[in-house]
Design a protein around this ligand. Structure first.
Ligand SMILES: O=P(O)(O)O[C@@H]1C[C@H](O)[C@@H](CO)O1
Ligand SMILES: Nc1nc2[nH]cnc2c(=O)[nH]1
Length: 303
């Protein structure tokens, strides 16, 4: 009898695997709030990486909404991430820009990092441009290079922190999504063509981004491991957003700005720091803006 009592009480206190997730209906609510705050109906979204918030300055006729004012949204806690959605027009395309993103190292669950991506989906966004600042482990890369992301290695995901963990709501996408085409090949080709057309040369790269959780920068051994595993650069974001975007059927373009070369030698005395990351972001802001603006223009022409 005691054993049966134990079983029934276990049933009523069963933990939920939904604890970090929001229901489809809650996402609908967020979208209704946003639609009431702006007349823009974006078809394209841009996520601004560290030091790259200036991408939002490209937009005209803007409406800005603070994350604080959006139900269920996390808030930005990192210097260089303002913390608002900017809606507006860019080269005749209706765009929403995330000026400030959420990182795993800030303490957000993987599922919460990508809340905005699902909101964008329900807003009607079909294409997302995800940008980031990252450190290079490819010995050919230089500070200031711009790398089109052709693939990623999601290190946290490979050891148990994937944003799609938990019950799957098929309204978003399948239980077991494929990621071999996560970075849209046509968009990659378009971005390459645009970049070469506006004068990028040896500073244009195409490579593999490895996500690590951060907030620590890499040890020498970790940097070497990243390279051995196939990374060209390493960063602390992007993979969760890309996974969730691909899961719900968006086309994804990823762009990394190489802000530092990750130290892989034991005889070096210098250390990386976030100020340097933000500074390189500012220095290369104009080039990133030129590239993104032109890519968006071409996407608009194709639509
Ligand atoms: O948001 P991103 O991935 O661009 O930011 C990178 C990773 C860390 O947040 C920060 C380190 O400086 O820059
Ligand atoms: N993990 C990681 N993320 C970065 N973001 C910008 N630079 C770096 C770096 O060197 N390592």
């Amino acid at each position: 009898m005691d054993a049966l009592d134990g079983m029934s009480s276990r049933k009523t206190t069963r933990p939920t695997c939904e604890q970090f997730r929001h229901s489809f209906e809650e996402y609908d609510h967020i979208v209704n709030v946003l639609r009431a705050s702006t007349g823009h109906r974006p078809s394209l979204a841009i996520i601004c990486g560290s030091g790259l918030g200036g991408l939002a300055d490209l937009l005209t006729d803007t409406d800005s909404i603070e994350y604080d004012d959006i139900p269920f949204f996390p808030i930005s806690t990192v210097h260089g991430h303002v913390g608002r959605l900017v809606f507006g027009m860019l080269n005749e395309v209706s765009v929403v820009c995330m000026q400030g993103r959420f990182h795993f190292y800030e303490g957000w669950a993987m599922q919460n990092i990508a809340i905005p991506v699902r909101v964008f989906k329900l807003l009607g966004v079909q294409t997302i441009i995800v940008t980031n600042a990252s450190g290079a482990v490819n010995p050919d890369y230089k500070v200031g290079d711009i790398m089109l992301i052709k693939d990623h290695i999601n290190l946290p995901g490979m050891i148990g922190a994937n944003p799609l963990m938990g019950l799957n709501d098929a309204r978003w996408g399948p239980r077991f999504p494929a990621l071999s085409l996560a970075y849209d090949r046509q968009l990659l080709q378009l971005a390459r063509k645009v970049a070469l057309g506006i004068g990028f040369g040896e500073d244009l790269r195409e490579g593999v981004y490895m996500m690590v959780s951060g907030p620590t920068f890499e040890t020498v051994a970790e940097a070497r491991a990243g390279r051995i595993l196939g990374a060209d650069c390493m960063g602390m974001s992007t993979a969760p957003e890309v996974i969730v975007a691909k899961h719900c059927g968006m086309r994804v373009l990823g762009i990394s700005l190489i802000t530092n070369i990750i130290i892989q030698q034991y005889d070096r005395d210098d250390e990386p720091n976030h100020q340097e990351v933000l500074m390189i972001g500012q220095q290369r802001a104009a080039n990133m803006q030129l590239l993104v603006a032109e890519v968006v223009k071409q996407i608009g022409h194709q639509a």
